[in-house]
Design a binder for this molecule. Sequence first.
Ligand SMILES: [Cu+2]
Length: 384
Amino acid sequence: MKHSVRILAGLMGLGSAMSQADWGLNMTRGVTSVSEDVYGLHMAIFWVCVIIGVIVFGVMFWSIIMHRKSRGVKPATFHESTLVEILWTTIPFLILVGMAIPATKTLIHMYDADDSDIDIKVTGHQWKWEYEYLGEGVSFFSNLSTPLEQIYNVRRKNPNYLLEVDEPLVVPTGKKIRFLITAGDVIHSWWVPALAVKKDAIPGFINEAWTIIDKPGIYRGQCAELCGRNHAFMPIVLDVRSEEDYASWLGEKREEAKAIRALTARDWSYDELYDRGKGVYNKVCAQCHQANGMGIPGAFPALKGTPMTTKKDQLTAHVDIVVNGKKGTAMQAFGPQLNEADLAAVITYERNAWGNNTGQMVKPVDILQYKKTGQLPQTGDQAK
Ligand SMILES: [Cu+2]
């Protein structure tokens, strides 16, 4: 009932552009001056099209109806009319120039990424975004946080289903933020409609975009370039805060980086590693290798009961593929993405979960040594 009322209201609103925006058919207005400009251009050109449509179809239908055969109209027989030809060349030309001038102005404005206050490098990965605050020593990955139960229709979906992440990109209001956009594997595209920013993320290239946001709030976007199996599972969430809130958040992130270095140094028990590893696995690895370790035949290998994860002498090979990845496959290098504690934990988990039961554990300090020297201390000897 409610639905049909909305459809009816929508149909009645067709005549007016305002109500179109209200029921969600139109482009969003956005929250930045650039998005306002883009919206303005879109509406202006829309109305130009409407007026042309009305005039052209009006003349056409009037001609057809008023000059129909049954009225006994005699056709004119003239050929070539210089006046008409001049008119149908110059009028469209003037209309095009009239549209190109504001469009070019907006484009020039959009491409002017100079004099930024904050530079953020945005890197697309299969299937998550990495944000690095240049010059601040802060960087992190932003992963989809929608639970698998919702994706598989076991539980009810959140309002922000597939548009929510574990760590949003936090930025302040009123500052010019420059995004340097690139990718680590295949082409992605960083798209946040409210900012009117949509830029391809291409491996080996850096594309620029910028924004100034005046209103604090949460803004959401998505990867807009088909980038493989989980393309729909790499959303973007922007948390725009006041300048003071941003500064304190940045301070906390710096502290966190320090704390992570301390994590590597401290001693870990097997249970601690296993539990942490389970969390890391389900967040980062399960999207390919699946939560039950069975993988997807033909695409992602199983980790349950395979030689690499169960043979004691293959520990180094196991650490190697997780830290350095395998070139040319979806198995990326997790060394730069995860800290030593998370790497050690996830490898420990894989070697003991799903009945793998090797009883082996890897400590964060071992991973640190492996990253530095390419070798583990006492390979295969790390019993729990
Ligand atoms: Cu993508």
